[in-house]
Ligand binder design. Structure first.
Ligand SMILES: O=c1[nH]cnc2c1ncn2[C@H]1C[C@H](O)[C@@H](CO)O1
Ligand SMILES: [Zn+2]
Length: 335
């Protein structure tokens, strides 16, 4: 199967992990921002996490450089536009992009301005390319509970206008969900959908808590439900959708190598899985590449691809009309 040509859906992609290196250099030159290098290849060595990276925490260090150039409305709009453009070029038909607004306030932008700029970039791309998008607001679980309330409150007015969901991301500690019950409950009350990064660093129980305490409908990664029966059973029973990101999982050592990734086993056992990049630049990947890797590794057939694509359609936080349109791409074999 040629995955570059097939229609694709991406549900888990971080804006700040997916900048074009050329854009980082361009903005840094314009604004006099110091970078470790202004040579593409040398900069890429700083931005891309190696496959033999040691851990999630090591992986997360790669986000410092991109965030230096994500501190103005114009830059955020441009970066958002370019990410949707890159995805559209490889036939991604629908993409949910996430980012943590509070990382972009360093030079004085308000959370409102930040969210609006990212939405504007997405709309610019929707007008030019055959792609539709929505935005997920991520709260850094390394920050305070108050900061999560701030994101939920400030993002509220963009619900239905580009923003669809709330997420918790960053370094993963055991039992993090308990701390965020209130802001996430408020988010649900306001109408945000809920997806939570959990089960990425060996703690399957975090997935159970994300579902039971936070009402997560989808889980970012969820790899370690494989070692936690209660979490596995809840995910399977409630048909919670896993947003799996194979390359990222090898980099962060969630799995030692692609062949040990549980995605196919989960799929065969009736767990709802989807394939995603996590971070196009930090993981040096694309949707076509993630699909190719997984499908080659496990010898997955076309029918499996259709099922996984349809799981992504069902699980996405888009409106009914968009979902109907997305279904037609796969049934018609349209590109
Ligand atoms: O895979 C991930 N797990 C947890 N946190 C992540 C992952 N990829 C990116 N992030 C963090 C780093 C970014 O600065 C933040 C917002 O996009 O989300
Ligand atoms: Zn992620």
């Amino acid at each position: 199967m040629n995955f570059s040509l097939l229609p694709k859906i991406e549900l888990h992609c971080h804006l700040d992990g997916s900048l074009r290196p050329e854009t980082i250099i361009d903005i840094a030159k314009q604004e006099g921002i110091r970078l470790p290098s202004v040579e593409i290849e040398a900069l890429e060595r700083e931005l891309i996490a190696p496959l033999n990276c040691e851990s999630l925490d090591e992986y997360l260090k790669r986000f410092a450089i991109p965030n230096l150039v994500m501190q103005s409305k114009e830059n955020l709009r441009r970066i958002s536009f370019e990410l949707f453009e890159d995805a559209a070029q490889e036939n991604v038909k629908y993409m949910e992009v996430r980012f943590a607004p509070l990382l972009h306030t360093v030079k004085g932008l308000s959370v409102d301005e930040i969210i609006e700029s990212v939405i504007d970039g997405m709309k610019d791309a929707e007008a030019q390319f055959d792609i539709k998008g929505n935005i997920i607001l991520s709260c850094m679980r390394t920050m305070s509970v108050e900061s999560a309330f701030e994101v939920v409150e400030d993002g509220k007015k963009f619900l239905g206008k580009g923003v669809v969901a709330i997420d918790l991301c960053a370094s993963e500690e055991e039992g993090f969900c308990g701390k965020f019950v209130e802001p996430i409950a408020l988010a649900r009350e306001y109408g945000y959908r809920v997806t939570i990064h959990a089960g990425e660093t060996g703690i399957g129980k975090n997935v159970l808590e994300a579902v039971e305490l936070l009402g997560a409908e989808r889980i970012g990664h969820g790899v370690f439900i494989k070692d936690c029966v209660e979490a596995y059973d809840v995910v399977k029973e409630k048909q919670v959708v896993l947003e799996m990101c194979p390359t990222s999982n090898v980099q962060t050592k969630a799995v030692p190598q692609y062949s040990e990734h549980p995605i196919y086993q989960f799929h065969k056992d009736g767990i709802k899985v989807t394939v995603n990049t996590d971070n196009r630049t930090v993981s040096d990947t694309t949707m076509a590449n993630e699909c190719t890797v997984v499908f080659n590794e496990f010898n997955i057939n076309e029918e499996d691809y259709q099922q996984i694509y349809l799981t992504s359609v069902e699980a996405c936080f888009a409106d009914g009309e968009t979902k109907e349109k997305l279904k037609k791409y796969i049934y018609n074999g349209e590109q």
